[in-house]
Design a protein around this ligand. Structure first.
Ligand code: B12
Length: 214
């Protein structure tokens, strides 16, 4: 099967919320030697974007979205196994990462965590619905170089601004770089709140952080 066919089937498996098919396609892609990151970015993520459009149009409802999310998580975990870790003697930096309090969206943040690990960063993934104080406490505890936050909703996006303030109040802002992302987040927002770095997707996050630490 060609790359294009597998990419399209991956997207379709998410739209159909078909976990078995999503996993089957992931395994096929690995067997065919297709880049797992390509499959995630252009296949499964595209499928989830189509789900988002359907949800917007009222053609898909929350329970289906939850099943589609499960299918995506299952396929990604198969592909993660196939990502060759970059060989390097030393870690590039220590990252604390999480989804802002009040927000349960964690698929994209999980992809960012995986990709950063693959490319040589030590990642402390705090999960989702993470209180601002936990980001700050973890950053102190592990002596973080980067604090990254994900927000998928306009209501939780404001938490990224609160995180900037909290890091300043804890006298950590000079020691750590901050990185923001998530579907509602833009470069403009990052500039507005004074975050050091914005990335549209996980691959871009890796490129930008590697630049910063090289
Ligand atoms: C899947 C999904 C869900 C799943 C989440 C499952 C999970 N475990 O994550 C479920 C069904 C649980 C869900 C619930 C809800 N959802 Co929802 N959901 C989505 C959907 C369709 C896709 C999100 C997704 O996973 N995309 C795929 C991943 C790969 O993309 P991504 O998250 O954007 O991540 C990439 C980049 O953004 C970036 N990135 C992400 N994080 C970070 C962090 C850093 C530091 C960096 C650098 C980069 C980065 O890299 C990632 C990988 O490339 C979006 C629609 C959309 N277009 O985004 C709505 C959406 C986000 N949901 C929405 C809403 C409203 C809700 C609910 C409130 C619905 C409800 N009525 O209950 C609840 C939320 C409850 C809560 N308190 O959080 C709205 C938000 C609207 C808004 N603008 O505020 C959206 C936009 C849908 C819509 N159009 O209405 N949702």
């Amino acid at each position: 099967m060609s790359r294009e066919e597998l990419i399209e089937q991956a997207a379709q498996s998410i739209v159909e919320a078909n976990k078995d098919l999503a996993v089957e396609i992931a395994n096929k892609a690995i067997a065919e030697g297709i880049d797992p990151v390509d499959m995630i970015n252009n296949g499964y993520s595209e499928g989830m974007a189509r789900c988002g459009d359907r949800f917007d149009r009222g053609e898909m409802f929350l329970p289906e979205l939850i099943v589609a999310s499960d299918a995506m998580v299952a396929a990604i975990s198969v592909l993660e196994e196939a990502m060759p870790a970059e060989n390097r003697a030393e870690k590039l930096g220590t990252v604390v990462l999480g989804t802002i309090e009040g927000d349960v969206h964690d698929i994209g943040k999980g992809i960012v965590a995986t990709m950063l690990r693959v490319y040589g960063f030590e990642v402390h993934d705090l999960g989702r619905d993470v209180p601002i104080s936990s980001f700050v406490a973890k950053a102190k505890e592990v002596n973080a170089d980067i604090v990254g936050s994900s927000a998928l909703m306009t209501t939780t996006q404001v938490g990224q601004k609160a995180l900037e303030e909290a890091l300043k109040n804890a006298c950590l802002r000079d020691k750590v770089k901050t990185m923001v992302g998530g579907a509602v987040v833009t470069q403009r927002w990052a500039d507005k709140i004074g975050s050091d770095l914005y990335a549209e997707n996980a691959s871009e996050a890796v490129i930008k952080l590697k630049e910063l630490f090289s």
